[in-house]
Every structure is written in structure tokens, then in C-alpha cells.
Design a protein around this ligand. Structure first.
Ligand code: ADP
Length: 492
């Protein structure tokens, strides 16, 4: 496969993008919607626009396929996931190019994401074989206790556009490994990456109905079907905190299981014993990862007053040297924002901060000319003098803005870092081992990177606390989200 097999020569010819019960088909209503390249605004493809009736068909297909899939051996399920892993690795370049076209991230970052996505297929192929139960001694000599771990059932999965391939495999791989069947609704901005992943699953031998794909422009009718259909046992969602809360509240009506990966507001703490230049280089890289459109993006850079000038100067130079543009062009490391509303949010956060006394050290405006006019490009931005009354101090930015705040003491910075309703990623720069551990223990976040800007891996549990969500993805924990524990008590 190359991207040409996902993208039609004529983008106005609709792709049959619903994969239901092992068949690719259009929406029942015949509705379609267009997908655009965010770097240029050019139409890329037309895909099926599913409604509630299509989602119900997909759920029913998943429910029919579940009994047979759930009793396959872990080794059989693993073999299918291993085949999918091989195919995804072979197609890294094609998938990366498709992702860059559809989502905008630079090609190098897209390749990295495809490899990360493939890692989940292999990791959970292996974890499928390690779904251990246990026996428990009873107080009665004629009794035995056996604990079984069984697949939860049909899973509804909803994924975002910012990591359009890895967020799919991070859910679908553990669900399939556990013996569940799945109905996936990808983000309306990035259905093409989802189609490419499902073509791989099909080719890898996932049986008809075990994995179903429903693309839709309006997420609500499909979401409603996933929330209300009795056959859906579990909902797994990655996206905004606002939508996550809505889905969790509605899922409670039927006590469906939920896993939620929601927004973040990561603190990035640079202690006075850290090398400010090294820390600033790290900050620039992780802040501009995916143009800041990542839930683990640092949103509050706390720098000790004694090294703040050097840190800010290095950060400024670094972000100014990063080239914005179309992800397919050489040397580009900052892609476009996903859409105009993301751009308006950047503008609003910067003008709110400036009105309240902050200083824009660099950036703060739209980038135009030089082939950038068709996309929403926002200049990498560094803001100093940020205070708690500013929107960017409280709300997730999800864009290329680095707000810098200075601090004096360890106790003060821990308190400031924890003063958020979110609790996903956090970062600490220090050379003092005791301080590193003290801080890691004190931060109320699901993940702490110590002198490390990328504390993520298919082998490591990813997830947050507070309003950043529920549950963990990846690692041993990732498959447990798709299992129910059953106790068997036996009189002998
Ligand atoms: P973002 O603001 O990053 O686009 P969203 O939370 O709006 O984040 O979107 C993440 C995913 O949730 C997407 O697949 C989107 O279509 C889906 N989504 C948004 N609103 C709903 C809803 N009411 N019901 C079901 N899915 C939804």
C-alpha cells in the first residue's frame, strides 16, 4: 500500500471508509465529508459521513464477532497483532506521508509516530500472553478461589487528530489482545490515517467484525450510539477534558467502563542547579513537538530566578531557529495548527497575557507569506512575566506558546506546579538526586520526566490524574483496561 491507495486520484470521489463486519462501505445515508491538508487548506479526500445507524451496525457486528474472538488463544490473537506490526513497520514511509498531509506534522515526527504506533501492536501482542489469573488460599479446606481475567466485551473507542495513528493502536492493540472487539470513531480531521490503520488490521487477519471503523464529520450521533447501545461494555477516549467529562457522565447511565486520556497542563521546572542552556534546549523541543498540540506539552515553564535570563535567551534563540512550514519540506520542524479555532485560541491567550502585564519575547503572531498563507501557522512564542490570573497559566494552550514564570524556592514551585485541575505530564530539571526524587514524589501528575523530555514508551504507563483522566495506556496496565476480573469460588 502507498498513500495513493488511501487517497484517490480525484479527491472528490468518496472513499468507502466505513469498515463494518469486515466490509468497506459508504454511509447508509450516502453522506460524505471532505478532509483537508491543514498546511495548505487543499482538499485531500472525501470520506463517508456515518450516522447513528451506521454506528449501531458496527456495534452489532462487533457484538457478533466477540464470542469467537474472545475464546481464541492468546497466541492466535498475538499472531494477528504481530502481522499488523510487521505491515505497519514496512509501510512507515507511506503512513508518515499520509499523516503529514492530513495532520500537518513534519515528516520526521510523523515517522517517529508511526514507529511508536507500531510499538503498541508488538507490545500488546506480547502482553496478550501474560494475562495471568491467580489462585487464592481459602480459610475453608474444602474451598478454592480462582481469579480469572476476561475480556470486557465490545469496546467503543474515540480518538483525536493530534496523534492520528498511535492513539488508535494504543487502544485497539490492547483491546484486541485482551479478546475484545472494537468500534472506533477517529477524529473528523484525520479519518484517512484511521482508514490506513484499519486496512492493515484487515490485511493482518483480524476477523470480520472484530475491528470496525466509523468515520463521521459530526461525532455526536456516533458517540450517542456508543453511549447508549447495551452491547458496548467499555468506552475508551482520548481528547479534551470537556468532552471526556461529558462521555464519562453519560457512560455512567449504564455503568459502562471508561478509560479517559484528557487534557494536560504540564509544569516544566528548572531548578537553580540545572544547566539552563540544556534545559532550555529540552523545553524548546518538547514545547514545539507537534506544534505544541500534545497533551504532554509543557504549559508552564517555572525557572529559578537566578538562571531565568540565560534560560529565556536560549529558549528564544532555539524557537526562532525552528523553521515553520509544510511538513513535507526539508528542514521544517514546526507545522501548522490544526484549524482556525486553534489559531484564535493562541491569539486570545497572548492578548489576554499582554493585557495583564506579560511580555512577548518572541512570536505571538500568525506567520504568513513564503507558502504559509493557506494554513494556520503561529510563530513559536515565548512569553515572560506570566501570572496566575492569565488564561495561559490556567488553561491548556495546545499550541506553540511557552509561558515562563520565575520562582525562588522548591516549596513554592511545587505548590505552583500542583495548583492545577490537570495532572498528566510534568518535567523537572535538576542535577541534585535527592531533589529530583523529592520533587517526583511531590508532583501530583501521572508522569514525571527528570532531565527527560520524553517519558513515554509503549512499555510505560501513560495517563493522568485529576481532570487529566482515568486509567493508563501502554505497559502492563494498558491491557488491564480491557479486562474484567472474575472470581470463581469452588467447593470440593
Ligand atoms: P479536540 O478539541 O482536540 O478536537 P475533542 O475532545 O473535541 O478534542 O475531540 C476528540 C475526539 O472526540 C474526536 O474524535 C471528536 O470527534 C470526539 N468527540 C467530540 N465531541 C464528541 C461527542 N459529543 N461525542 C463523541 N465524541 C466526540
Amino acid at each position: 500500500m502507498d498513500t495513493a491507495t488511501v487517497l484517490q486520484a480525484d479527491p472528490s470521489i468518496p472513499i468507502e471508509s466505513l469498515y463494518v463486519g469486515g466490509t468497506w462501505r459508504p454511509a447508509t445515508s450516502g453522506s460524505t465529508f471532505e478532509v483537508h491538508d491543514p498546511a495548505t487548506g487543499a482538499p485531500l479526500a472525501t470520506v463517508a459521513d456515518a450516522g447513528g445507524v451506521d454506528a449501531e451496525a458496527a456495534i452489532e457486528a462487533a457484538a457478533s464477532a466477540f464470542p469467537e474472538w474472545s475464546v481464541r488463544t492468546a497466541y492466535e490473537r498475538a499472531a494477528v497483532l504481530q502481522a499488523a506490526h510487521r505491515l505497519m513497520c514496512e509501510r512507515t514511509e507511506e503512513l508518515a506521508r499520509l499523516m503529514t498531509a492530513e495532520q500537518g506534522k513534519p515528516l520526521r515526527a510523523a515517522r517517529t509516530e508511526v514507529r511508536y504506533a507500531a510499538d503498541f501492536l508488538l507490545w500488546f501482542a506480547e502482553e496478550a500472553k501474560r494475562v495471568y489469573g491467580r489462585t487464592i488460599p481459602s480459610a475453608r479446606s474444602d474451598q478454592r478461589f480462582i481469579v480469572m481475567e476476561q475480556p470486557v466485551g465490545v469496546v467503543g473507542a474515540i480518538t483525536p487528530w493530534n496523534y492520528p495513528i498511535s492513539m488508535i493502536t494504543r487502544k485497539v492493540a490492547p483491546a484486541l489482545a485482551a479478546g475484545c472487539s472494537v468500534v472506533l470513531k477517529p477524529a473528523e480531521q484525520t479519518p484517512l490515517c484511521a482508514i490506513a490503520v484499519f486496512r492493515i488490521l484487515e490485511e493482518a487477519g483480524v476477523p470480520a467484525g472484530v475491528a470496525n471503523l466509523v468515520t463521521a464529520r459530526d461525532p455526536k450521533p456516533v458517540g450517542e450510539a456508543l453511549l447508549t447501545h447495551r452491547s458496548v461494555a467499555k468506552l475508551t477516549f482520548t481528547g479534551s477534558t470537556e468532552v471526556g467529562k461529558f462521555l464519562a457522565a453519560r457512560a455512567a447511565d449504564q455503568m459502562k467502563r471508561v478509560s479517559l486520556e484528557l487534557g494536560g497542563h504540564a509544569p516544566f521546572i528548572v531548578f537553580p542547579d540545572a544547566d539552563p542552556v540544556h534545559a532550555a534546549k529540552g523545553a524548546a523541543l518538547v514545547k514545539l513537538l507537534n506544534t505544541g498540540q500534545a497533551c504532554i506539552s509543557p504549559n508552564r515553564l517555572y525557572v529559578h530566578r537566578s538562571i531565568a535570563d540565560e534560560f529565556v535567551e536560549t529558549l528564544r534563540r532555539r524557537v526562532e531557529s525552528m523553521k515553520a512550514g509544510r511538513g513535507v519540506d526539508d528542514g521544517v520542524s514546526v507545522g501548522p495548527l490544526i484549524d482556525g479555532s486553534a489559531f484564535s485560541r493562541m491569539q486570545a491567550q497572548v492578548s489576554d497575557a499582554v493585557r495583564k502585564g506579560a511580555t512577548v519575547v518572541t512570536g505571538g503572531h500568525r506567520l504568513t507569506g513564503d507558502g504559509l498563507d493557506g494554513g494556520w501557522f503561529f510563530a513559536p512564542t515565548v512569553v515572560t512575566g506570566v501570572t496566575p490570573d492569565m488564561t495561559m497559566y490556567r488553561e491548556e494552550t495546545f499550541g506553540p506558546i511557552a509561558p515562563v514564570v520565575t520562582f525562588e524556592s522548591e516549596a513554592e514551585v511545587i505548590e505552583m506546579a500542583n495548583d492545577t485541575r490537570y495532572g498528566l505530564a510534568s518535567y523537572v530539571y535538576t542535577k541534585d538526586l535527592a531533589r529530583a526524587l523529592r520533587t517526583a514524589e511531590a508532583l501530583r501528575f501521572g508522569m514525571v520526566g527528570i532531565n527527560d523530555i520524553n517519558p513515554t514508551s509503549a512499555a510505560a504507563p501513560f495517563g493522568g490524574r485529576g481532570e487529566s483522566g482515568l486509567g493508563r495506556e501502554g505497559a502492563q496496565e494498558g491491557i488491564r483496561e480491557y479486562l474484567e476480573t472474575k472470581l470463581v469460588g469452588l467447593s470440593i
